[in-house]
Design a protein around this ligand. Sequence first.
Ligand code: TYM
Length: 327
Amino acid sequence: MQRLLSGIKPSGDLNIGGYGGALRQYVKLQHEYESYFFVPDLHAITVYQDPVELHQRTRDIAALYIASGINPDKATIFLQSQVPAHVELGWLLETQAHFGELKRMTQFKEKSDGKDTVSSALFTYPVLMAADVLLYQATHVPVGDDQKQHLELTRDVAERFNNRYGRTFTVPEPIIQDIGSRVMGLDDPSKKMSKSNPNKNSCVHMMDTPEDIRKKFSRAVTDSDGQVRHDWEQKPAVSNLIEIYSVFSEEAISVIEKRYEGQGYGTFKKELAEVVIEKLQPIQERFHQIVNSSELDRILMDGAKRASETAGPTLLAAKKAMGLVTF
Ligand code: TYM
């Protein structure tokens, strides 16, 4: 069976972008792959996180995995900081990654833009991500479009290491869906829907109330031609809403276009909100049951144990390959 690994950072409330690009895929793919879903808490702290909030958000993401339908008996769910091999392999791989290639990472450029200082960890962030993936010999990594470049770096680092020291790592393939891999802000379809956008109306959170969801969609920007038609070039805002509809209703874009033909945006936006609310409601309910439970602690402890067992042999092989003394 092929192996899959992916994760969502606990750096803000998870929004429906992360659901569309990542979480929704996880739930489906767990049946086809031996799956590892982790919470990259060490990635979150590359920018300052309030300790109390980080603690809660880390549990929140793990609980959301389960609430959304990941089965902990089937997939391994764990926290990155509980498997020290990630940091260890991260350091080994930093010796293989090039300063120049890290400098070209779009996310680093965006996150450091205009800042007087950023942490060195923000710069080496993609190398830790490579370690996350390569430790598990993952064959596939489901991500949203914005992680594509990081995955390419992971592949380059793996190939470089394998060429230099002998075949140690599986070179992974990204899985990026056609629909839902780039959910954009409701206020501005040129910017991705992001946990860190300060505009509250740009982003629907997984835990938003029905009233908030209705309000946010009713305020979402559209355009002036009034047709519910998917066309990223001419109609990015409406196309974004249609994709969100498709993600949550699991209907084809053409079916949605047909349903709202000649109806204008009012009805479409209202019903879009209801489709999202209907999907989120059972997820939210299950989330609240599990998030502060000892069941979640057990799942995460068990997950960390299972993950360490898989990661250990790869770390050892990498150390040996590099000539480090191992016993
Ligand atoms: P993160 O936490 O920013 O996002 C988690 C996942 O959600 C996807 N995503 C989106 N997809 C569509 N539209 C959006 N608006 C949107 N926003 C987020 C992201 O592409 C991602 O798949 N570096 C990663 C976390 C990570 C990781 C890994 C992922 C660390 N190690 C190893 C995979 C494998 C990140 O910051 O994702």
